[in-house]
Write a protein that binds this ligand. Structure first.
Ligand SMILES: [Zn+2]
Ligand SMILES: [Zn+2]
Length: 300
């Protein structure tokens, strides 16, 4: 299994020099395994992925998993060039939601007032599918599981399994100990739902080889912005410890975080991870990693 980070920045894309090393595009991760591949989230990073796919002979069928419809996770889609190729079919998956269907939201993003080509007029065949929470399904050669997370609205993380290897994408997510930010579940108390959302993170990451986690905040920043819907490295370490995961990737970097700062946070994080037997890495735009039974290696 291989993964490539095409966008690692949270909230909004950054084109300033301070983000040159780790990258300024918003979330997009490509996961491949023997010709099969899925793309997680359609932030601005998906633009370069689309160009790369077309230059290499794009597969006719593409699969996107969307964590939630906040702009930074969908704003790259109108600029995804394979969507303009008539022979390509794009399946866009998200968690089952009662209202505000993802198709309607994507269509709104491409309303002619905002963008010249409406979703419905894209030359490719685009279809929207929903995944039932907690029920693993076979999608594009991977077994995929989704669970809701504590983040404003309806947001979900993903667990991808193939040939005994497990990758978990737990982003965007706030700690599930303070404030309930997710849309409530009817008939379930706030306290009980928060507990469920906390356990969902562990379910997604259970025994995972690799966890991509929302480490947007430092603990001091989190204390000031608990309602924003993001976590800290410390939360990621806790989830990985409870889940028995092997590798943690710091991800969804704060757009104001300078490269030098992020490098220092990463060094600290690596040491903290070592003390609990966890390998910590920092997601860097353009980097590809190979995950095998024997371990994880950086390709470029
Ligand atoms: Zn985000
Ligand atoms: Zn979000």
């Amino acid at each position: 299994m291989e993964l490539t980070f095409w966008g690692v920045r949270g909230s909004f894309p950054v084109a300033r020099p301070h983000a040159r090393r780790f990258g300024g595009n918003t979330p997009c991760v490509q996961v491949t395994a023997e010709g099969n591949h899925v793309v997680i989230d359609a932030g601005t990073g998906i633009r370069r992925l689309g160009q790369r796919l077309l230059s290499q002979g794009c597969p006719r069928e593409l699969t996107l998993l969307i964590s939630h419809p906040h702009w930074d996770h969908i704003q790259g889609f109108p600029y995804f060039e394979p969507a303009y190729e008539p022979e390509i079919e794009i399946s866009i998956f998200s968690i089952l939601r009662d209202e505000d269907k993802l198709e309607t939201l994507f269509s709104g993003q491409q309303h002619v007032a905002f963008f010249p080509t409406p979703l419905e007029q894209l030359p490719s065949k685009v279809r929207f599918l929903e995944l039932e929470e907690g029920r693993p399904q076979d999608v594009a050669g991977f077994q995929i599981l989704t669970h809701r997370l504590n983040h404003p609205g309806v947001s979900s993380g993903y667990r991808l399994e193939r040939d005994g290897l497990v990758l978990a994408y737990v982003c965007d997510v706030a700690p599930s100990r303070d404030v309930l930010l997710a849309d409530p579940r009817p008939g379930v108390s706030e306290e009980a739902f928060l507990q469920e959302l906390f356990e969902n993170q562990v379910r997604l990451a259970e025994g995972a080889d690799l966890v991509i986690y929302d480490t947007f905040f430092t603990p001091a920043e989190y204390a000031e912005r608990r309602h924003w819907g993001h976590s800290t490295l410390e939360d990621g370490l806790e989830i990985c410890r409870l889940a028995g995961a092997d590798h943690l990737f710091m991800f969804h970097h704060n757009p104001e975080r300078r490269d030098e700062e992020l490098a220092i946070l990463y060094e600290e994080a690596r040491r903290m991870g070592e003390s609990q037997g966890l390998n910590v890495h920092v997601a860097c735009e353009g980097q590809t990693w190979k995950l095998e039974r024997g371990g994880l290696t950086a390709c470029e």
